[in-house]
Design a protein around this ligand. Structure first.
Ligand code: LLP
Length: 421
């Protein structure tokens, strides 16, 4: 459930009409709902109420300072994957003890920064990375808390580009080698092993792959404990999917996911960490765009929007479906028309939907892409020298621009000219 609903014939974001924001901010822009963000965070938090836990929001999904502050104020930790994300989390006031650091290629500088911030835990992805963390922690005279990310070789049954738990993927160490690697970790200075980490992929629409992976983690916990390791935390990653097409998808609910976690690993007495991104932010955000032209093509009509693939790359990159709805509520009985919905960028890939049934629309009409809150703004670029679009946050009947649209001068002036030109 989200807080973008039709009311009095038009789309509202909580208690603000979307068209009113569009009139003030201009299109296109991202629009987030505070109530939806916090509701989704609490769904996870409550699903794990049966034991000690920390929900570390995977901030790669949407990392605006205002979003991070909103979630941190509710008690969220953060899953960061770069020095930049670490800096963002700290700038948003998230204490180091609530930050876990994931990612396959942590640099010396990033490790140093994370140790300085006294983060809760590194999720270690390889032996060389473990050696680097050990070396840097020893030099600094501190101890790094680590969990080792194991690759359970489980098929997440999701899009190939976002599946991470098969042995051919670059992530984690093969679970079969885990005992060896934990033994190495125990012998290295500057490291304190605290747990096991796993993340098998994103946009999972079934619970079964989680169940298979978490069972393997439970077995490994017992084995490693028998080997003498102290395993007190299990980081079970993120990945729970969301319904992108409201008509026919019903992915599992966080409550059922929480019960699955309890059933598979609850008996081990570990503190549970999870790293949801998409389910927290996805349906808490929409992309609002305006039709520039209705173009009658050969046998098809194109709705050309002012938003493009550089603003929302998911359809071009993953063939992702996003529901697109008019901001003016269609009247009952209006015959829908098929449209190809495209952006102005000079590539055929700049297509959001083909032959999508929509009520009749024309130049000047506003549309909203649903489920655009996660992996939307964060994956956007300035391709075609199109400015990064504004982000706006609604909270009840108030709204605020949380990232303004840059001017062309601001964009151009980031370039520097060598003295010979
Ligand atoms: N933890 C780790 C280690 C991850 O790599 C990810 C996502 C998450 C947590 C959060 O997963 P979530 O709960 O959001 O599914 N750009 C793609 C998604 C990439 C996901 C990458 N890793 C998309 O737009 O679908």
């Amino acid at each position: 459930m989200d807080h973008f609903l039709y009311r009095e014939g038009a789309l509202w974001a909580e208690d603000v009409p979307v068209a009113e924001i569009a009139a003030q901010v201009g299109t296109p822009f991202y629009l987030y709902s505070t109530a939806t963000l916090t509701r989704h965070f609490h769904l996870f938090d409550e699903a794990l109420d049966w034991g000690p836990h920390l929900v570390c929001y995977a901030m790669k999904a949407a990392s605006n300072q205002a979003i991070l502050r909103t979630l941190a104020a509710e008690g969220a930790g953060m899953d960061v994957v770069s020095g930049g994300e670490l800096a963002r989390a700290l700038a948003a006031g998230v204490p180091g003890e609530r930050i876990v650091f994931s990612g396959v290629g942590k640099t010396d500088e990033e490790i140093h920064a994370a140790l300085t911030a006294q983060i809760r835990q590194f999720n270690v992805e390889s032996e060389p990375e473990m050696a680097a963390i050990s070396r840097i922690a020893s030099e600094m005279g501190v101890e790094a808390m680590i969990a080792i990310r194991v690759n359970p070789d489980v098929d997440a049954k999701t899009h190939a580009k976002i599946a991470t738990g098969k042995s051919e993927n670059k992530f984690g160490i093969p679970i079969a080698r885990a005992r060896d690697v934990y033994a190495q970790a125990a012998a290295l200075p500057g490291l304190k092993v605290v747990g096991i980490d796993v993340h098998i992929g994103s946009q999972l629409t079934q619970l079964e792959p989680f169940e298979l992976a978490y069972q393997k983690v439970a077995e490994l916990t017992e084995t490693l404990r028998a080997d003498g390791h102290e395993i007190s935390r299990l980081d079970l990653g993120g990945g729970l999917g969301i319904p992108y097409a409201r008509s026919n998808e019903a992915p599992p609910l966080p409550t059922d996911y929480g019960k699955l976690i309890q059933r598979t690993v609850g008996h081990l007495g570990c503190e549970i960490e999870i790293e949801p991104g998409r389910l927290v932010a996805g349906n808490a955000g929409i992309l609002v765009s305006k039709v520039i032209y209705l173009k009658n093509g050969e046998g098809r009509d194109f709705l050309i929007l002012d938003g493009a693939m550089n603003d929302l790359i998911r359809p071009a990159m993953y063939e992702a479906h996003h529901d697109i709805i008019p901001v003016i509520e269609p009247e009952v009985g209006v015959e829908p028309q098929p449209y190809d919905i495209v952006g102005p960028v000079c590539e055929s890939g700049d297509t959001f939907a083909k032959q999508r049934l929509m009520p009749p629309l024309g130049a000047g009409d506003l549309v909203a892409f649903r489920s655009a809150g996660a992996y939307g703004a964060v994956m956007s670029s300035e391709y075609n020298t199109r400015p990064l679009i504004p982000e706006v946050l609604v909270n009840g009947d108030q709204f605020a621009v949380i990232r303004p649209r840059p001017t062309f001068d601001e964009m151009i002036n980031r370039d520097t000219i060598p003295e010979w030109l």
